[in-house]
Write a protein that binds this ligand. Structure first.
Ligand code: HEM
Length: 415
């Protein structure tokens, strides 16, 4: 898009919503435009939009900013912020220290690196099974056939949701995840709330079952977690189970979808990653930076704070455009180039500071295994068409579908 078109588009547009449907395919030109001209932008809705890496990174670490939506006194229309206000006061991502510190440390006792690592063989098996089902056809929808089922099955198994109940979760979780999006119409908000209720009810029953008879799963471990003589309250347990579920699958699914699209559009980088498996690790970090699943997060000032020469007043909202920060040339040389060997790569794809993604290790593992296995097992991968459409979601960036072709392989024997 030419700069003049951008200027016209931005003049009309609400700058706190750079992911307008027509811009979703490539919001990066708009991000660049905003970052170069007004890196701390006061949007018409009253919030402040940050697009520079150093500003976003500082915001996420600054204790003068809160994640609690109740602290908001100015900014977006309170009706539009409804879901965030309503989702319950015990969701970890909306708590500040010391409540956040206490809850997060209890959950971290259950959701340990050891528990995540123990899932590695199972994730390998799952990815192989999902690819076995399509290798013979020479064609797949990366999202429906792999990227969606993989994290869903992993998080269900991790939490201890029985296999026969998994299908129920499909619609609930898609609808409920929209509640993480601050800008919703009423219909989507209502659907999200209903889905949230179903998830809460489901987990209420499951928690009772595990309380009566603990098993080797995360829900039982959450029930057992204890620090300084304290346990998770019932409300915390339910909201944590729901949050892990919702936060864990939409994001990982889009890491795989956005990542495969980026690799197929950059075949030399795809070949590098396929030919040198060591690059899978740095490659996943680069895909999180280059076109990551979470583009936006927000904080509320608890006192007047200066950022980049502007004063964010107490009660005002600062929106960190992570997708813009991750393409800031002051932090990443040649930021619009995909470089699967990029080091250092201190991207903000998982956020930063006290709310840094709790599931990062699991997401990284799922991503590394999915990319590595696809690159090895599906030679000749190419896009069926390069005209992707994006889901209607402001915070999470992901494709509706991603159809690819590859050289058909004989189906493995399932003896
Ligand atoms: C590629 C996949 C993922 C991405 C890109 C991602 C991204 C993020 C980001 C950016 C945040 C910070 C939000 C903020 O500071 O406002 C976050 C927080 C969080 N994520 Fe993830 N996430 C991913 C996967 C997962 C998984 C697999 C789980 C769990 C199973 C998970 C659980 C959480 C939780 C519980 C928080 C809140 C942490 C807190 O408030 O202390 N995420 N994630």
């Amino acid at each position: 898009m030419a700069v003049t078109d951008l200027a016209a588009a931005l003049a009309e547009a609400n700058l706190s919503s750079p992911m307008l449907p027509e811009n979703r395919g490539d919001p990066y030109g708009i991000y660049r435009f905003i970052r170069e001209r007004e890196p701390v932008h006061h949007a018409p809705d009253g919030s402040w939009v940050l697009t520079r890496y150093d500003h976003c990174a500082a915001l996420l670490r600054d204790p003068r900013f809160s994640t609690n939506p109740a602290r908001l006194t100015e900014g977006p229309d309170p009706a539009a912020m409804g879901p965030i206000r309503q989702v319950g006061s015990s969701l970890m991502m909306f708590l500040d220290p010391p409540d956040h510190t206490r809850l997060r440390s209890l959950v971290s006792q259950a959701f340990t690196p050891r528990m995540v690592e123990s899932l590695r063989p199972r994730i390998h098996l799952l990815v192989d099974d999902l690819l076995d089902a399509v290798v013979e056809t020479g064609e797949m929808d990366v999202l429906a056939d792999l990227a969606y089922p993989l994290p869903t099955v992993v998080i269900c198994e991790l939490l201890g949701v029985p296999a026969e109940d998994r299908d129920k979760f499909k619609g609930w979780s898609a609808d409920a995840s929209r509640l993480l999006d601050g800008y919703l119409d009423k219909a989507a908000m209502d659907k999200g709330m209903v889905a949230g209720m179903y998830l809460f009810q489901y987990f209420t029953d499951l928690v009772e079952a595990r309380r009566a008879e603990p098993r080797d799963d995360l829900l039982s471990a959450l029930l057992a977690a204890e620090a300084d003589g304290e346990h998770l309250t019932h409300a915390e347990l339910l909201s944590t189970a729901t949050l892990l579920f919702v936060a864990g699958f939409e994001t990982t699914m889009n890491l795989v979808g956005n990542g495969i699209l980026a690799l197929l559009r950059n075949p030399a980088e795809l070949a590098r990653m396929r030919d040198d498996p060591v690059l899978v690790r740095t490659g996943v970090e680069e895909l999180l930076r280059y076109d990551g699943p979470v583009h936006v997060t927000a904080r509320i000032a608890t006192e007047d704070v200066e950022i980049g020469g502007e004063i964010i007043r107490e009660g005002e909202q600062a929106v960190a455009i992570l997708g813009a920060a991750n393409r800031d040339p002051d932090q990443f040389p040649d930021p619009d180039r995909l470089d699967v060997g990029r080091t250092p790569n201190r991207h903000l794809g998982f956020g930063g500071g006290p709310h840094f993604c709790l599931g990062a290790a699991l997401a990284r593992m799922e991503g590394q295994i999915a990319f590595d296995t696809m690159l090895r097992r599906l030679p000749g991968m190419e896009l069926v068409t390069d005209a992707p459409t994006y889901r209607d979601h402001y915070v999470i960036r992901g494709l509706d579908e991603l159809r690819i072709r590859f050289t058909a392989q004989p189906a493995p024997s399932r003896a």
